[in-house]
Design a protein around this ligand. Sequence first.
Ligand SMILES: O=c1[nH]cnc2c1ncn2[C@H]1C[C@H](O)[C@@H](CO)O1
Ligand SMILES: [Zn+2]
Length: 356
Amino acid sequence: MISPEQLKAAPKVLLHDHLDGGLRPETVLELAGEIGHPLPRASAPELGAWFVESADSGSLERYLETFEHTVAVMQTAEAIKRVASECVQDLAADGVVYAEVRYAPEQHLTRGLTLEQVVDAVREGFEHGMAVAERPIVARQLLTAMRHKARSMEIAELAVAYRDAGVVGFDIAGAEAGYPPTRHLDAFEYLQRENAHFTIHAGEAFGLPSIWQAIQWCGADRLGHGVRIIDDIETDGDKAELGRLAAYVRDRRIPLEMCPSSNLQTGAAASIAEHPIGLLAKLRFRVTVNTDNRLMSGTSMSRELTLLAEAFDYGLEDFRWFAINAMKSAFIPFDERLAIINNVIKPWYAEADLSH
Ligand SMILES: O=c1[nH]cnc2c1ncn2[C@H]1C[C@H](O)[C@@H](CO)O1
Ligand SMILES: [Zn+2]
């Protein structure tokens, strides 16, 4: 078994983490106090526990209700900068060397900020976080549009406008059932014409049709979660038969941004041991491991990997594979991806004793 220290030290790559799902409980308390926003608990440990318990609802819709409080305290440039900087510092302290962090700019306009001011605040926060972090980290933004709203085209244009200023891609999130990806087809077609990258939350609270649309209609580069791709795989003992969609996802090496703890909370998987990641990794899908919402799941990259190590007997060799898979799937330019793989990830694992 790997020691917690070794796991923390291992370079990790994170592609799916929500900025408004990763605040420190103390920060939520302080920022809420400044603006008089009422919170359900008065101390940081209790508030942290409240987020995890409330998100532990078995439904994505109820899970999403907890974001009311984090979004409420992220409505000024100062507050957003602080949250963004702390996010980067926390990830770096956990050994994350590259992170793509997403949030929905349209949710941060209630106190008068413009979409551009929101993106600028996150950029400044990330730059500050990268400068003061205890270990080197590269952090980039993904801009999310809420799938039940109608601003995806505007957010896609924002992502393209900021492509040379820290934004590396686009995403849609929010309740999945009833809001298929094709609702935002114009935004995805625009992004493709602009040679821009995007991922789509799909196959989390809804099944194969959502994944199929995300890939075959919208042209997603990656899948947020994508766990339900398992519905297109038949197993019989050691044998697995892939349906056409599952085969396409594997053949095309479409990255799956898997978030094990989050999936337990929303009911997308029953336990870590039963999580589809075990089979999908064995079948050599392009699997990546992610946190989704560190506050709502009370988790970190190290913790997600620890849970997987316990359930599937994973070791450093597997973690190296996850990190390289994720780095290959990042939205930054190819040469920058390669540099992190060759200069950061591979040397660390070469030094580590892979037999433990
Ligand atoms: O796992 C998720 N599925 C769908 N939507 C999500 C998930 N986690 C967070 N969100 C939503 C709530 C946030 O306010 C929004 C932008 O980060 O994205
Ligand atoms: Zn997510």
